[in-house]
Design a protein around this ligand. Sequence first.
Ligand SMILES: Cc1cc2nc3c(=O)[nH]c(=O)nc-3n(C[C@H](O)[C@H](O)[C@H](O)COP(=O)(O)OP(=O)(O)OC[C@H]3O[C@@H](n4cnc5c(N)ncnc54)[C@H](O)[C@@H]3O)c2cc1C
Length: 493
Amino acid sequence: MTDRFDVVVVGGGNAGFSAAHSAVEQGAKVLLLEKASEGAAGGNSFYTAGAFRFAFDSIDDVADLLEPDKRHTNSVVPAYPASAFTADMHRVTGGKCDPVLTEVLVSRSTDTVRWLATKGIKWRLMYERQAYLSDDEWVFSGGLYVGTVDGGKGLIAQHTKAAQDEGVEIRYGAEITALHVADSSERGVTYRDTDGAEHRIVAGAVVLSAGGFESDPQRRTEHLGEGWDRALVRGTPTNTGDVLDLALAAGAASHGDWGSCHSVAWDADGNPNGGNRELTNQLTRQSYPIGIVVNVDGQRFVDEGADFRNYTYAKYGREILRQPQSRGFQLFDAKTRPLLRKEEYDSQPIASAQANTLDELAAKLGIDPDGLQRTVSEFNSSIVDKPFDPAIKDGRAAQVEPPKSNWAQALDTAPFYGYAVGCGITFTFGGVHVDETAQVLDATGASINGLYAAGEMVGGLFSGNYPGGSGLTSGAVFGRLAGASAGRWARHG
Ligand SMILES: Cc1cc2nc3c(=O)[nH]c(=O)nc-3n(C[C@H](O)[C@H](O)[C@H](O)COP(=O)(O)OP(=O)(O)OC[C@H]3O[C@@H](n4cnc5c(N)ncnc54)[C@H](O)[C@@H]3O)c2cc1C
């Protein structure tokens, strides 16, 4: 049976829903196809903290978007102008971000967040993740301050309601198995339903927003290299890269860095094959800048305080993967434990231990005790005498190898706390090439009629590392563009 729509959107995460809303604004009849069942839907977007990075010259410019909070009056939220966002993109990717796509991402970020608000997405300042209380003021840092109410769960619930209210038809358990773009009168997709039956959809335009290949161990090893099959999947198990392959086979040019990805410190006991829908992002362990991280030999292997967390966390997962047993341990003491993010370090169950001596902690966690003692005594004695302040880059360094550039605190006050972490893979950076309207390009740089892409499927924005909160913004910016372009093309040619 063949169904006809103006626009078919493949994948129901933040990018897909943004595309669907935007196509509807063009008057298009829209079908959204999602591989997962309704109870497992929302893609990686569901598992997020809902943090969106976007530019503003003063927080007052976007204050009208924020849900009321009595802490607003004693909060310090630095400006994050477009120039800073652009500079962060270039800095953290080592200059390997496509300048055209980066300009689109940054310049449309704020307007797109406002537009999402018109669709019912609710916003708040993320006190629990991005601020420290300093002299009775909540001081934010790291260029990422605003998130959705109820994180990724809220984001997907709000997106889904808006799409249903707009008349978007959503089919769950619908896995795209073929993409048809060669003949414009037959353009569309084939999907398989949960009973194995195939369905043909003909559409004026197709938007691909089906994520990367992070959930497929084989594709990870092929593109990211040996050992990546050991990574723990943080989000949806359904982003297996099959739609990327369909797009490439249909003539889309591959773009960006297929050899690196976003990966973080993640609870070592996390399910390797997919995230936890109840705890979602709480399995992440991101307070390492105020502690130290060692491997099973008791040796440190990263500069935990190189920068604000938002600029280092996405590249430190791969450093954990490289360690013996692909394991690390974040260590804190009685002084620093109260500063850890509650939602992450108080979540249960958790791979952790507490002890009154370092030897006892090492024994409980499986760390070489002599190695740990050597590391800690060398670290403790190398700390420069400057005041500790987690809200700024305080320059309180440990002058060891590797150095700790900021926030160094001696690990010397019992009880001691240790958290076992593995490498949690978030999403992959390689994708297809799109232009500034989100239209897919072929290898010659020509547009492929009626084919658009958004979200993780867009290659070229990130490489090696990533400024926290840019993934959701990218999905919304390119999803909105893709939907508008697809809707216009389908309606008017
Ligand atoms: C635990 C976690 C926390 C994160 N926190 C943040 C954060 O706070 N801020 C931020 O910016 N980013 C965050 N990210 C990254 C963010 O999730 C992604 O950048 C973003 O959600 C990608 O959106 P998307 O729509 O492209 O993909 P997704 O949301 O993953 O949606 C893709 C959808 O496509 C579907 N699909 C796949 N194959 C097919 C097929 N063959 N047919 C039909 N459908 C298919 C999938 O089932 C999925 O639902 C986080 C990720 C994780 C895992």
